[in-house]
Ligand binder design. Structure first.
Ligand code: AMP
Ligand code: MG
Length: 293
């Protein structure tokens, strides 16, 4: 099931032709909920090993339009993980200091140590999405040679991203890139909930409507981003996001698959240390006997 949503550079994404809900997968909701819970258990076990092993790190990049469910996916799929093993970073509009550096600078500072999982709630992909749709690069304080024409500017950025992800891969990281693909109708429904329910008001901002009005432009930017940066080493998953229960299942499955492939193991103890453990055990047992007397 997951394969049909995966883009690794061997085929092109056409957003109009991919599903935003579970219909085409003919699944049973109850069974999916059970499988999600099973996947979560397995993820927890593998995360424990990943941390103990400390040889490889995982970076999960989450991209989506507003109200596609990034935050709730993070909460539900990874909420039960040992907090010491996971870092979540939400990237908003860059600060002045961030804009004064190369575009990857702020992300590179958040790369986790190997053994950990980092979740990027938005990422350097915003630099080829919102920056492209709103032509923000035109105002960047950079020399002319760095800005040039839009096509060239973003073509270079895709290249920089592909190289950066390969660099991370070669340094012991896996990169899992997820686009939560919500439909325009579902976004409207969720926006209305955010407006009508007082406890959800904080999630809505006027600018969300301005972004919605640019739906088609964002579609084009997402397609180009995926098609220019999907590789075997850092594939994209374009997941249906209209039903949260199904999205959570697919995200849990994607994470489980990459962790399984990473195959983390608890470190093997050298024989000397195993012997030492026995000595310690005997020492502790003796303590018990003394206390009983
Ligand atoms: P939210 O995640 O909805 O709280 O909003 C964060 C906002 O930051 C989104 O509107 C993003 O498009 C915006 N953002 C993230 N990265 C950049 C960037 N590099 N340049 C401009 N805006 C950005
Ligand atoms: Mg927003």
């Amino acid at each position: 099931m997951l394969k049909k949503y995966c883009y690794d550079g061997s085929r092109k994404l056409d957003l109009k032709s991919v599903p935003t809900n579970s219909k085409s997968d003919h699944v049973d909701k109850k069974a999916i909920l059970e499988k999600t819970a099973e996947n979560q258990q397995k993820i927890h076990q593998l995360q424990d090993k990943l941390y103990a092993d400390g040889r490889e790190g995982l970076i999960i990049v989450l991209q989506a339009r507003d109200a596609a469910g990034k935050d709730s996916t993070i909460k539900h799929v990874l909420g039960g993980i040992n907090p010491q093993g996971v870092d979540v970073y939400s990237f908003k509009q860059p600060s002045g200091a961030e804009l004064a550096h190369d575009f990857l600078w702020r992300f590179n500072r958040s790369i986790p140590q190997r053994g950990k999982i980092a979740i990027f709630n938005r990422s350097y992909y915003e630099d080829v999405l919102v920056v492209r749709v709103h032509k923000l690069y035109e105002k960047y304080a950079m020399p002319k040679r760095c800005i040039g024409k839009a096509d060239e500017f973003f073509k270079k950025r895709y290249g920089h991203i592909v190289n950066y992800e390969e660099y991370l891969y070669d340094n012991g990281y896996r990169i899992l890139k997820i686009f939560l693909n919500v439909s325009k109708d579902k976004q409207k429904e969720r926006f209305l909930e955010r407006i009508e329910q007082p406890e959800k008001n904080w999630k809505f901002s006027d600018s969300d409507l301005a972004e919605r009005a640019l739906w088609e432009k964002y579609s084009g930017a997402y397609e180009d981003a995926v098609n220019n940066t999907a590789t075997k080493k850092a594939p994209w998953y374009v997941l249906p996001a209209d039903q949260k229960w199904y999205t959570r299942y697919l995200v849990s499955k994607a994470i489980l698959e990459v962790l399984t492939d990473m195959d983390p193991r608890y470190p093997e103890m050298p024989q000397g240390q195993v012997d030492r453990l026995q000595v310690c055990k005997e020492q502790l047992m003796k303590e018990d006997k003394k206390a009983e007397k």
